[in-house]
Write a protein that binds this ligand. Structure first.
Ligand SMILES: [Zn+2]
Length: 70
């Protein structure tokens, strides 16, 4: 079951993947410009994945552990 934070992070990731795919299909004035755009979105995608993984770990806390930290 996904919480709203999971949904937001997954949405960010999907946006980045879509953008990367469109850059790959798009024509740029120069190859360097295309690579710069590609790296920018790949970096953003990687950060979205890391944020999603880090957030999902918080769901792995067992009810007992949650009581201890509360
Ligand atoms: Zn979540």
């Amino acid at each position: 079951m996904a919480c709203s934070i999971c949904q937001n992070l997954e949405h960010d990731y999907q946006v980045c993947v879509r953008e990367i795919n469109s850059i790959l299909q798009r024509r740029f004035r120069s190859g360097g410009e295309k690579l710069r755009e590609l790296f920018r979105w790949q970096d953003r995608r990687d950060r979205a994945v890391q944020a999603l993984y880090a957030h999902r770990k918080t769901h792995d806390i067992s009810p007992q552990d949650r009581l201890k930290t509360a």
